[in-house]
Structure formats: structure tokens, C-alpha cells
Design a protein around this ligand. Structure first.
Ligand code: G16
Length: 544
């Protein structure tokens, strides 16, 4: 058995998006496609960063094959030790934790997150650095440059390892261990939350909950935490077995795709608490009985209540949200007298802020929230945060949210997605909008006045790196906003995202239908961007 050097040709489409490289499975199955990208990652690592690599994924179709290839390439590329998730499974938050705990040089996560799986579905690969977080843009750019000039990759000729048993293999000079990440992850969350009080709530007999793992990676973690350690009734975790095609579902925790959970939570005798997470376990959706918590509100409420949680007793030193996320958390931060950072979409932009202790919490409208405990968003962490809060405040989800609105005002919020539209048309729409920016400030629409509009750019306060073209913002004099962005995670055509936000201070107006409240803003968005004409769509594919 020996290392083989395989001659290859570059692929021109290996530029990582918002979160790693995501493509159709069939693209990854092309000869040399995965190998080229993996070698490009390894070529960007320093020579002394080959002590420990961790590999795992969300269990989707092609996960197991990809892991075998990457293990053999890592052996050939001189890694001394490799940890691989049992059955090839490691959730994204667990990966972040393991990298930090075992001081790994990095980890490779095989996931296309919330995108559908199966042979016709999507696959993805991303690299997390030694801080546990997604590779910074400078690193992903360097990987892309490598992928454009690559001429060969190295792979060790060896038998496949068994991913199903805990075992340590020695392959050439490398030790390869198959591990179970569930215990490490559950142990870590136990240091942050009051498990005793959550357990009392879940075993009280008067509180019912459902967690929908959507046949994705979170199942085993959720069963261990919620049922085994915290005493939730057997059967509280639904769709708990990870499947290669997610049972034919779309593992995105929103009310459209997590419909089994949503139906249960909107019945008249619904449980008290419902939650779901996505393909790789970093996203979350929080529901109360007949009540949806927007991810933006969830972040604001977590920030306002952080002192209730044992692991965060001294409060938050700062908070961050992605630009399109509603400004609800900004109000809390102002009230607490802590900084609130506005970053581009993508968890990687929180990394420097977390590493330099500028923030404790961060979150995004795209169903992501997390803290400085790791460097990824964390679905189950968010669920435990809410359960801990409910147990301490002894209030329902809806009452906690309503009380929050009463104090801070309500940010009505919605995101309209136009999926798989023609890419050039979507780009034309964005240019058409940008061309109007000089004229728009001061103009009136439906009685509101535009105060400013721009193409969002961000200067990282830690390393001064600049990220441009991060979304078009139109800001109104009453605090409302319209934002347009093209998604960086789709795999077919372009996905246009339209984000609408309306601020309402008046408590008597907090129970209105968000769709109706936001309708005037949606009309202005249509008027300015000609969405129907450019996309050829009468309505969004999904509203979250
Ligand atoms: C990824 C990123 C998130 C981002 C989301 C949506 O999430 O990690 O930070 O908010 O994509 O990105 P876009 O709007 O560009 O599609 P995930 O859960 O897919 O890894």
C-alpha cells in the first residue's frame, strides 16, 4: 500500500459560497471533483497543521463514500491523527466543539445543511479552522485559488475503514479513530444550562414538548439530551433516525418544511413547546402552543434574558446579528448598554468577534443562534436555552415573547424567497435596483419616506478585512427596512431573498397578522425591483 499521486485538471466552479462548497450530488460524483477540492483545502494548511483532523457529516447520501476518500487523502497528506464520526455522523455544532476540545487543526464537515439530500439532492463540504469556526473568507478564497490551478492530488491506497464500530486503525503513520461525538456534546451543554430545573419541567407531567430531528443528524444528540438526560417522554423526539434522503423531506426548520411539527403545534391541544433543527444540526425553530417565534425575536429574547442561564450569569459583553436579521436585538443591546454588531450573512463573520471576546451571543434570521461556547450556530443549544428560560420564568413561550414586545416594541418580520430563478435575471434585478439608489433618498412610497439605501459592506473590527456587495438595503424614516440579497447556499439558478421589517411600538398593535402588516412594504419592494417581471414568478416560493 502506498501514496498515489493522481494527475487532475482544475474545475472552475469550486468557489465556496455562504457556507462551504454546495452542489448537486451528481456534481460531486464526477471523477476527481471531491478530491480536487479536498486537496485544495490541504494545500492551504500550514505544514505544521497536520496533527489532528476531524471528519464527519450530516449523514446525507454520498457522506460515507466521501469520508472514505477524505480519510485516505488525509493519510497521504501526512495527518498524524484523524477522528471520524461513527456512521460518518458529526453535527456542525458538535464538530465545532470537538475541534476546540481536542485542539484539532481543523475539521471537514460534509453537509449541504438545510438543502434536500438523496441521489438527486445536494451535497456539500466545508472546512472549519482550529478555532472551531467556518474558514474565514481569506482562507476560502485561497482554497478557491488552489482549485483553479491544481494539477494533482495525493491519496493513500488502503481498504475502507468500518464507520459503524468504534475502532482505532493505524494506516501508514496515521492513527484513524472512529468516535461517538454525542457524549462530548451533551456533556458540554450540561455545563451551560440548569439540567435539574429543565428536568423538573419536562418530568412534571404538565409540560409536553416535541423536537423534530427531521431525519437528519440531530436525532441521536436530541434523544440523548432531551429524553435520556432531561427526562422528556419517550417519543418526544420525532423523525429521530438520520436517513440519507432525510425521509424525502427538506431538512429546513421552518413552518413550511417542518410541517409535521407545525401541524402538531397548531392543534387546539398542542404541546407547550416545539422545536426543530436542520440537516447538520446548527439551525433551530422555536414554537410555543399555536405560536411561532421569529429567529430574530429569539435572539433578542435570549439576549434580554441571558443572565437567567447558569453558563452566562454575568450577562453578555456584546451581541451580533447578520445584516438582514431584524433590529429587535439592537434595542435590547441598547437597553443593556452593550455593543451590537451588524455583520454580513454567514456565521464565519462572527468568528473574529467571538474570538476577541467582543460578543457573547449572535444570531441570524435564517434560523441560527449561538454563543461563545463554540464557533458555529447551535440548534440544540438554542432549544435548551428556551427550555431553561421557560423553566425559570414559569411562563409559556407566547407570554415570554409578548412581554418582550411590550417592553421593546415588536419588529414584524418576514423573508420571501424566490428559489431557482434565472441567475442572470436575478442579477439584472439587483442592478436595476442599485441604479435607482441615487434618486431614492427623500422619495415617498405608500406614505413612508426613504432615508437611505446602500449596498451593505462590512469592515471587520478585528482584522479590518472588508466584505462588499453583501445585500441591498432600503431604510425608511419609521425604522422599517427592505433588504434584497442573492443567497449563497443554493445549488441551482439563483435564490432571491427579500427581507421585510416593520417596527411597531404600540402594544395594542402587537397581535396583527405579520403578512398584512408587511404588505405595504412588499408592495414597495415590487414597485422598486419589479420582482414579478424579472423572476417571472407571481409569488415567493417560500415565506418564512
Ligand atoms: C448558512 C450560513 C448562515 C447563513 C445561511 C443562509 O447556513 O451558515 O450563516 O445565514 O447559510 O445563507 P444564504 O442566505 O446565503 O442562503 P447553513 O445552515 O445553510 O449552513
Amino acid at each position: 500500500m502506498k501514496t498515489r499521486r493522481i494527475q487532475t485538471q482544475p474545475f472552475t466552479d469550486q468557489k465556496p459560497g455562504t457556507s462551504g462548497l454546495r452542489k448537486k450530488v451528481s456534481v460531486f460524483q464526477q471523477p476527481h471533483y471531491l478530491e480536487n477540492f479536498v486537496q485544495s483545502i490541504f494545500n492551504c494548511l500550514a505544514d505544521d497543521a497536520r496533527n489532528l483532523l476531524i471528519i464527519g457529516g450530516d449523514g446525507r447520501f454520498y457522506n460515507r463514500e466521501a469520508i472514505q476518500i477524505i480519510v485516505k487523502m488525509a493519510v497521504a497528506n501526512g495527518f498524524k491523527r484523524i477522528l471520524v464520526g461513527q456512521q460518518g455522523l458529526i453535527s456542525t455544532p458538535a464538530m465545532s466543539l470537538l475541534i476546540r476540545k481536542y485542539k484539532a487543526d481543523g475539521g471537514i464537515i460534509l453537509s449541504a445543511s438545510h438543502n434536500p439530500g438523496g441521489p438527486e439532492g445536494d451535497f456539500g463540504i466545508k472546512f472549519n479552522s482550529s478555532n472551531g469556526g467556518p474558514a474565514a473568507e481569506t482562507l476560502t478564497d485561497a482554497m478557491y485559488q488552489q482549485s483553479l490551478t491544481i494539477t494533482e492530488y495525493e491519496i493513500f491506497e488502503a481498504e475502507n475503514i468500518s464507520l459503524d464500530n468504534f475502532f482505532t486503525y493505524t494506516i501508514e503513520d496515521t492513527q484513524v479513530e472512529v468516535i461517538n461525538s454525542v457524549t462530548d456534546y451533551a456533556d458540554h451543554l450540561a455545563t451551560l444550562f440548569d439540567f435539574q430545573i429543565i428536568r423538573s419541567l419536562l418530568t412534571s407531567g404538565s409540560f409536553r414538548m416535541i423536537f423534530d430531528a427531521m431525519h437528519a443528524v440531530t436525532g441521536p444528540y436530541a434523544v440523548e439530551l432531551l429524553q435520556n438526560r432531561l427526562g422528556a417522554e419517550e417519543g418526544s423526539v420525532i423523525n429521530k433516525i438520520p436517513l440519507e434522503d432525510f425521509g424525502g423531506g427538506h431538512p429546513d426548520p421552518n413552518m413550511e418544511y417542518a410541517h409535521e411539527l407545525t401541524e402538531s403545534m397548531f392543534k387546539h391541544d398542542a404541546p407547550d413547546f416545539g422545536a426543530a433543527s436542520d440537516g447538520d444540526g446548527d439551525r433551530n425553530m422555536i414554537l410555543g402552543r399555536q405560536f411561532f417565534v421569529t429567529p430574530s425575536d429569539s435572539l433578542a429574547i435570549m439576549t434580554a434574558n441571558i443572565h437567567h442561564i447558569p453558563g452566562y450569569k454575568s450577562g453578555a459583553c456584546g451581541v451580533a446579528r447578520s445584516m438582514p436579521t431584524s433590529q429587535a436585538v439592537d434595542r435590547v443591546a441598547e437597553n443593556l448598554g452593550i455593543p451590537c454588531y451588524e455583520t454580513p450573512t454567514g456565521w464565519k463573520y462572527f468568528g473574529n468577534l467571538l474570538d476577541s471576546n467582543k460578543i457573547t451571543l449572535c444570531g441570524e434570521e435564517s434560523f441560527g443562534s449561538g454563543s461563545n461556547h463554540i464557533r458555529e450556530k447551535d440548534g440544540l443549544w438554542s432549544v435548551l436555552f428556551w427550555l431553561n428560560l421557560i423553566a425559570i420564568r414559569k411562563q409559556s413561550v407566547a407570554d415570554i415573547v409578548r412581554e418582550h414586545w411590550k417592553k421593546y416594541g415588536r419588529h414584524y418580520y418576514a423573508r420571501h424567497d424566490y428559489e431557482e430563478v434565472d441567475k442572470s435575471k436575478a442579477e439584472q434585478l439587483m442592478s436595476h435596483l442599485t441604479e435607482q439608489f441615487d434618486q431614492l433618498p427623500g422619495s415617498q412610497f405608500n406614505g413612508f419616506s426613504i432615508v437611505s439605501c446602500d449596498d451593505f459592506s462590512y469592515t471587520d473590527p478585528v482584522d479590518s478585512s472588508i466584505s462588499t456587495n453583501q445585500g441591498l438595503r432600503i431604510l425608511f424614516d419609521n425604522g422599517s427596512r427592505i433588504v434584497f440579497r442573492l443567497s449563497g447556499t443554493g445549488t441551482k439558478g439563483a435564490t432571491l431573498r427579500l427581507y421585510l421589517e416593520w417596527f411597531e411600538q404600540e402594544t395594542t398593535r402587537h397581535e396583527e397578522d405579520p403578512h398584512q402588516v408587511l404588505a405595504p412594504l412588499a408592495e414597495i419592494a415590487e414597485q422598486l425591483a419589479q420582482i414579478r417581471q424579472f423572476t417571472g414568478r407571481e409569488k415567493p416560493s417560500v415565506i418564512t
